[in-house]
Design a protein around this ligand. Structure first.
Ligand code: CDP
Length: 219
């Protein structure tokens, strides 16, 4: 069983995907964390973010993996560093779409993501999962919400992690990232003909999960 969840920033994808994967005992693969980890490493090593070739070489030599612990969260490792928190920083968020726009980087990431999903039941979230990574997914969900609601959710998340962000700057950051993610040539964020679209603006996480489970049950 493969469940693909795509959608813009802050639509609730990762929380929903995590909950679903736990309920169903499937593996959860957060593909955004992979692009974020590579961005984190590029910033750490001073790699030129305009140099696709250098970034590709960096990606080839970077091991990104997930590790589950007792908490509902899973940890993200880049080489041997636990980067779970640092990859959510505003700095990484502001550069990640640029790095994710390079075709060679996307090809490599998609290849690794497919390998992770091979022989497993998975819930995978990102931008191009239904179209590029798991085109044969059993279910393709597209989660969205109004930009105001998405910015409010992200602000709450950032505040709880100790970042003093302003609602307006978060709104601008995710609006810009959505635009960049939707405009790129390869792996662009889009609703597919076979996507099930769920507007989560006025829904709790539990309601979204219940809606998805009812779609699966009715099938
Ligand atoms: O959590 P949030 O929705 O803010 O973003 P994310 O899922 O962590 O993804 C961060 C960024 O990585 C996105 O804005 C995309 O630029 C890129 N990404 C991508 O290009 N393809 C994916 N499958 C997942 C993420």
């Amino acid at each position: 069983m493969k469940i693909a969840i795509d959608g813009p920033a802050g639509a609730g994808k990762s929380t929903v995907a995590k909950t679903l994967s736990q309920l169903m005992s499937y593996i959860y693969i957060d593909t955004g964390a992979m692009y974020r980890s590579l961005t984190w490493k590029a910033l750490q090593t001073g790699t030129n973010l305009n140099d696709e070739k250098a970034l590709y070489e960096l990606a080839e030599n970077t091991n990104i993996y997930f590790q589950k612990d007792d908490s509902p969260q899973q940890k993200v490792f880049c080489d041997s560093f636990d980067v779970s928190e640092e990859i959510r920083s505003p700095r990484v968020s502001s550069f990640v779409s640029k790095l994710a726009s390079y075709p060679s980087i996307r090809e490599l990431m998609v290849k690794r993501q497919r390998e992770m999903a091979r022989n497993h039941s998975v819930v995978m979230d990102g931008r191009d999962i239904g179209e590029c990574v798991l085109p044969d997914a059993n279910y393709k969900l597209f989660l969205t919400a109004s930009i105001e609601e998405r910015a409010r959710r992200r602000l709450k998340e950032m505040n709880s992690q100790g970042y003093e962000e302003q609602l307006e700057s978060i709104k601008n950051e995710i609006a810009k990232r959505d635009e960049d993610d939707a405009r790129r040539d390869m792996g662009a964020l889009k609703v597919l003909p076979d996507s099930i679209v769920i507007d989560t603006s006025n829904m709790t996480i539990e309601q979204v999960v219940e809606r998805i489970l009812s779609v699966i049950r009715e099938d």
